[in-house]
Unconditional design. Structure first.
Length: 156
């Protein structure tokens, strides 16, 4: 996954002067933030919840290093948090859907035609806040060259 994310960032010449916006969750979000930071890009972590709660719900996975990697990013990234009270934080889909909208709005304010790396199996998903919903909100077809879709499904 790191090679695929890094390849997209290389192809798009992400480096100093570029901005990488991500949600900070374990997996592709953390990898994209680390890869962007290593290339000298400004990294903006847009957390749907306060950092401690976000870590508990979207980062920590026993037996992995995601928590440590997330905490390192908190020290080097610009960290923003979805304002409390915007949505009911106990409703997972709602809070993460709103965070997707927030990141997309931010990306469109910063760049007329932003790029996006997404990890998606191509399936419709189970409601708002998922990857298919994020792609829909971006307003690009999934095969647009500004979107790099990484399919995590094993071939076969």
């Amino acid at each position: 996954m790191t090679d695929l994310v890094g390849g997209a960032l290389d192809e798009w010449r992400v480096g100093p002067g570029a901005i990488v916006i991500c949600g900070g969750a374990r997996g592709a979000d953390i990898i994209a933030a680390e890869e962007g930071h290593s290339r000298g890009a400004r990294v903006v972590l847009c957390l749907a919840l306060p950092p401690e709660e976000f870590e508990r719900r979207s980062v920590d996975l026993p037996g992995t290093e995601w928590r440590e990697r997330f905490r390192r990013l908190l020290k080097v990234a610009e960290v923003r948090q979805l304002p409390e009270g915007v949505v009911d934080a106990s409703a997972d889909g709602e809070v993460f859907d709103r965070a997707n909208e927030w990141m997309i709005d931010m990306a469109h304010r910063l760049a007329r035609r932003p790029y996006a790396v997404v990890v998606w199996d191509g399936q419709p998903g189970d409601g708002r806040g998922g990857t298919s919903d994020l792609i829909r909100q971006l307003g690009y077809p999934a095969d647009d060259p500004r979107i790099r879709v990484i399919d995590p499904t094993p071939p076969g």
